[in-house]
Design a protein around this ligand. Structure first.
Ligand code: ARG
Length: 454
């Protein structure tokens, strides 16, 4: 009994226990914890640090515990403090003294680091799968909409005509880079911290390379102090999540706009919309808005972890226990957002006619009219001015450029001929793009073909 215990109430002690415990959330890593411990027990046995029989008994019991947790037969308690001590306590309850040997040549500091890296490796693969599904959906949609003409925007003002396929492929590129980023981040995550001990290594004849092989890590982290102290891999993962959800929010924002009466370009399926409790006519794009909103928490998770690690002295500090919840939250949010987003875009109805008619207005062929004059030998800057004046003339008369008579055209420049009408036809404007990566039908076809090679 503690000498000073008399003046402390029991409640104070249990609230401190509760404050200190991570088991309410880190139990999510029980599989990783057991996987790491099985590899560790195997290594201890192989190296003669514990006997082969002890190693086998520990491994088999850990496997039983895993099955029991999977079957919901084990309840973790605050008294376990964290998942590492929780599993070890249950192991020792089952096999007594032998269970107590598992923690030889190991600290919870390298244990938690290995659990976290294993967890992120699994989650990264799941995020990559979700991104692959999204990319496949985008590709399919792009294939379908190669001839769907729509306005392309800058400053949310109609700019130049493009195809919907081209717009979809722009997002394809962004999400494909997101997937690349996760894959790249994984290279740095998939390095082994186990065997580092608390911070200085251990006095046992361990085999960390064996551990790396057993656990599927690409290499062994070369400095034990770094291995237990840094969480840069998790910060990098959260950066990847943040960039990816940022891309999602841009697409969501467009779908929110596009599904308004003002645009009327798409109709989001009823299954991904909600109604209003007061206005019977409403059909709201809530899923898209929620994804846009949820980006805030993912950015927050990244900020939380960056701030957590800022100025932390080496090596392990208990602050680091706070690293898990932001990562859990971000990965759940991102996976759910990607899943619902993919379903939403694969079921939405595209209103091609609305897009095509919007593409007709807004002088989006003005650049092409200027290019036409360039073709007749006039310097681009002069052409820009001539067409600018023509647009103003048209605006004052409520006309489109193609509504002007040939005489009206000629009154602005002698260089205009009958072929101007073809040159500024919206579909021809798209076709005429020649640069690599443009919106022309041919370029989009090439872009799609290239995706098949990836
Ligand atoms: N629950 C702890 C965490 O998540 C495990 C490591 C504890 N290590 C220690 N030295 N107290 O960080």
């Amino acid at each position: 009994m503690k000498l000073w215990k008399g003046r402390f109430s029991k409640e104070a002690t249990s609230s401190s226990d509760e404050f200190n415990a991570s088991i309410p959330f880190d139990q999510r890593m029980y599989r990783e914890d057991i996987t790491g411990s099985i590899a560790h027990a195997k290594m201890l046995g192989k190296q003669g640090i514990i006997s082969p029989e002890e190693s086998e008994l520990i491994i088999n019991t850990l496997k039983d515990i895993l099955e029991d947790i999977n079957a919901g037969k084990i309840e973790f308690k605050i008294a376990h403090e964290d998942i590492h001590m929780g599993i070890e306590t249950i192991l020792t309850e089952r096999i007594g003294q032998t269970g107590k040997k598992l923690h030889t040549a190991r600290s919870r500091n390298d244990q938690v680091a290995v659990d976290f890296r294993l967890f992120l490796r699994k989650e990264t693969a799941e995020v990559e799968d979700k991104l692959t599904e999204l990319l496949e959906t985008l590709k399919k949609l792009a294939e379908e909409h190669q001839r769907t003409v729509m306005p392309g925007y800058t400053h949310l003002q109609r700019a130049q005509p493009v195809t919907l396929a081209y717009h979809f492929l722009a997002y394809y590129q962004m999400f494909s880079r997101d997937r690349e980023r996760f894959t790249d981040c994984q290279k740095r995550t998939n390095r082994l911290p186990l065997g580092s001990g608390a911070l200085a290594g251990t006095t046992y004849n361990t085999d960390r390379r064996f551990l790396a092989k057993e656990l599927g890590f690409d290499s062994v982290l070369p400095n034990a102090m770094d291995a237990v102290a840094d969480r840069d891999f998790a910060i990098e993962f959260l950066s990847c999540c943040s960039i990816c959800i940022m891309h999602l929010t841009r697409f969501c924002e467009e779908l929110i706009n596009w599904s308004s009466v003002e645009f009327g370009f798409v109709e989001i399926d009823d299954a991904y919309s909600t109604g209003s409790s007061i206005m019977p006519q409403k059909k709201n794009p809530d899923m898209a808005e929620l994804i846009r909103g949820k980006s805030g928490r993912v950015y927050g998770d990244l900020m939380a972890l960056l701030t957590l690690c800022k100025g932390l002295p080496l090596a392990y500090n208990k602050d680091l226990q706070e690293d898990k919840e932001p990562v859990f939250d971000a990965v759940d949010t991102l996976k759910n957002s990607l899943g619902i987003f993919t379903e939403m875009i694969s079921t939405m109805k595209v209103k091609k006619e609305k897009m095509a008619s919007a593409a007709k207005y807004g002088y989006m062929n003005a650049t092409d009219a200027a290019d036409y004059l360039v073709g007749k030998g006039i310097p681009f800057r002069d052409c820009h001015e001539i067409i600018g004046k023509m647009v103003l003339y048209c605006i004052n008369r409520g006309k489109a450029l193609e509504d002007l008579s040939i005489d009206e055209f000629k009154s602005f420049s002698d260089a205009f001929d009958e072929d101007i009408y073809d040159a500024i036809n919206i579909v021809n404007c798209i076709k005429a793009k020649k640069s690599e990566g443009s919106t022309s039908f041919e370029s989009v076809r090439q872009q799609l073909l290239k995706l098949d090679l990836e």
